[in-house]
Design a binder for this molecule. Structure first.
Ligand SMILES: C[S@@+](CC[C@H](N)C(=O)[O-])C[C@H]1O[C@@H](n2cnc3c(N)ncnc32)[C@H](O)[C@@H]1O
Length: 338
């Protein structure tokens, strides 16, 4: 069972209306793709640079490409959080580097919270207030400091693709009860996020997802190249597919690196998370899992005639008596996805 996410209908309508401001429609594939390429090149050349919101091509690219893609990724992260009860008892959200409110828009689909958006550029606020009237925010502010956190025990600090533009988490975030961080799923940002995890654990936070334990992260400590990320399927609308035909990058599946942490301890979890795609090898298929500080794999031996491909990022129940050979757990029965 793969995990599929799409663009919500009300987002699509709002994006189409906003594009009309630039004399564009969702069907102007070539013009839209040119804007996307320009912003993609900008992010590649200046990975820590500030999103150039003053440029109309950057606004168009965010509306028709980064907003739908990031919203799909965030919906997957939010669904994972909701499964664990992560958002329970929270009342306020501080969405730092909100951009087009991507994360708050996505979270507000299911969580009725008070959303404050912190965004240094003015253009995103104008676009959201004009074209996404279904989203109700408390306020938009340009900067934030500790005094702005009035109710820390009920506040979620939200960093959606914005930590990448900072050297470290800002001080005020450590006062908040909960943090949700999503980062570009690149090796560099992904490994930086795993180091942020270590720091948050040292400061007394507990990880609710994706980690199933609070020990050292095996992807960080036992490998110099791995980084934790999950994978979802993106069910793109037709106009998006036409635009994508003009682009070198394809997005049938999307990866996400994220962290959900709180000061409150989560309920114990008796599960492992699948952190690798299927590796087809001679005599067996393998997928990496995480359930503690060891780097471990599930192995489906072809001779047992059980074939299973578990979505990367899913939680699974492990039978108690699995045979372990080296770093491989031999799977004797079909595993249950939680
Ligand atoms: C890559 S965008 C992410 C936008 C959005 N959160 C998303 O998920 O699509 C990062 C945003 O952070 C904003 N930003 C970066 N540093 C900031 C700061 N110090 N204060 C406020 N906003 C900041 C940028 O203007 C930009 O809109």
């Amino acid at each position: 069972m793969q995990r599929h996410f799409s663009v919500p209908a009300n987002f699509e309508t709002a994006i189409a209306q906003a594009l009309a401001d630039y004399k564009l429609s969702l069907n102007d594939s070539k013009e839209l793709a040119k804007c996307v390429l320009a912003l993609s090149d900008f992010f590649i050349n200046e990975p820590e640079g500030q999103t150039p919101w003053h440029e109309s091509w950057a606004q168009v690219a965010y509306l028709c490409y980064y907003l739908p893609l990031n919203a799909a990724r965030l919906r997957a992260v939010i669904a994972e959080g909701e499964k664990r009860g992560f958002f329970q008892d929270l009342e306020e959200v501080m969405d730092f580097g909100a951009g087009l409110a991507t994360a708050s828009l996505s979270l507000s689909e299911s969580q009725n919270l008070k959303y404050t958006l912190i965004e240094r550029a003015a253009e995103p606020q104008r676009l959201i207030e004009k074209y996404f009237p279904f989203f109700k925010s408390e306020e938009w502010i340009r900067t934030i400091n500790k005094s702005k956190i009035k109710n820390p025990g009920k506040t979620l600090a939200l960093f959606s693709y914005s930590l990448t533009e900072l050297s470290d988490l800002p001080d005020w975030a450590y006062d908040c009860e909960a943090l949700m961080i999503a980062e570009p799923s690149t090796q560099q940002d992904g490994r930086k996020l795993m180091q942020v995890r270590t720091k948050l654990l040292e400061k007394g936070f507990h990880v609710w997802a994706p980690c199933t334990h609070e020990g050292p992260c095996p992807l960080l400590t036992q490998s110099k190249t791995d980084w934790c990320h999950d994978r979802i399927h993106f069910d793109a609308p037709k106009w998006f597919l036409s635009m994508e035909e003009q682009l070198p990058m394809k997005n049938r599946t999307l990866t996400t690196s994220y962290l959900l942490v709180r000061k409150t301890k989560p309920a114990p979890i008796h599960a492992a998370r699948v952190v690798g795609d299927t590796l087809k090898e001679k005599g067996k298929d393998r997928q990496m899992i995480c359930r503690g500080p060891d780097r471990e794999f599930l192995a489906w031996m072809h001779k047992f005639k059980i074939q299973q491909e578990i979505p990367r990022g899913a939680l699974i129940e492990l039978p108690p008596d699995l045979q372990k050979v080296s770093n491989e757990l031999r799977v004797p029965v079909e595993l249950t996805i939680k």
